[in-house]
Design a protein around this ligand. Sequence first.
Ligand code: TRP
Length: 431
Amino acid sequence: MSAIRFLSGITPSGTPHLGNYAGMIRPAIRASKAPGVESYYFLADYHALIKAQDPERVHRSTLEIAASWLAAGLDPEHVTFYRQSALLEIPELTWLLTCVTGKGLLNRAHAYKAAVDKNTEAGRETDDGVSAGLFMYPVLMAADILIFNAQKVPVGRDQIQHIEMARDIASSFNHLYGEHFTLPEAVIEESVATLAGLDGRKMSKSYDNTIPLFTPREQLRKLVGGIVTDSRTPGEPKETEGSALFQMYQAFASPEETEAMRKAYAAGISWGDAKQALFECIDREVTPMRAAYDDLIAHPEKVEAALAIGEERARAQAAAFLVRLRDAVGLRRLSAPQSRKSAKETKAVLPSFKQYRDSDGKFYFKFVAADGALLLQSTGFTAPKEAGQAIAQLQKNGAAALADIARHLADVPGVEPAQVEAALNTLLDAR
Ligand code: TRP
């Protein structure tokens, strides 16, 4: 059984926070260790350019995110870990896909539609401030996935539409050029925690309510202390339901610890004590990784070296696939024969020659119709080259060559000369 291929991209546009860790980094690294799984994780730095046009920010964020994944235990020998921009095959494939993507499909993308709606509401022109990059986002993402023919794509709910579009785009390409792409499927991890941020809303950099994953220890303590709670006093029973603090505790504690905390809530634990327990719990998991992270940030060449492992592997694979795809669309050496796909189809519908050696040690050929019926049978040649020459004559001159090679042909009962001539002419016409 071959492995199932998982692939996902992380857009480097900020500093990773606890929500990214619990919601994506940790489950992805765990999943990569399962048997029968092949994982591709990459930094979607081309995607980052759509939103972030501050070069220093893109650069810094790429380093921070790569270092975070490595510090969190991603093994670059086992997982193919790379930067999207290290594979020039991705923008090349993007173009091949762009040409089979309906513009209407892209008009329906949620992110683009949201931008248009916002403009319309504000009375601006529909495409005001919308870059062609934002519009093309789904095609670039399809190329990310299809370049490795990934089967499973773990993503957040907001990305489901993009995976569906990748399937549509892959189908269009396959329909035109043959079955080159596997249709990918989104994987939505229901059990994974979406953490609430400091203010109780979903932890997200757009709400500015995050706790950075590798913030220094004392800063972590301070930030945890700032998580919103209600005004219940020590001793008053507290609700776990809807408690950002409890939910975060659950994401870092063992099931037993979580149960104990649930009881403590009911028994009226003070918010101060609950926060202290949460801080200790997060710190226990993060501290060993923080040391690795700080080291990687101080030595970016180590991150570069880790990425080089995956980039080399990914590049070789992508380049080989691109050769095939270029060929499929007709971008090939002028002296090259027709594409494999059409060559195969042609063979299937055309009559053909078959050469073989029989038990008498002599060399023979047969000419068979597209349906496999025998049309011509040669007599034995002493050398394979002679059989080849007779075939070449028939291929070149068609029925006109029959008289020249008549002495090498055995009688085939039940076959009309007209049938043979027609079949030979079909071959000539197909050339
Ligand atoms: N668009 C994804 C996000 O913002 C990131 C991404 C880029 C991605 N290319 C991908 C995810 C390919 C999965 C597969 O989350």
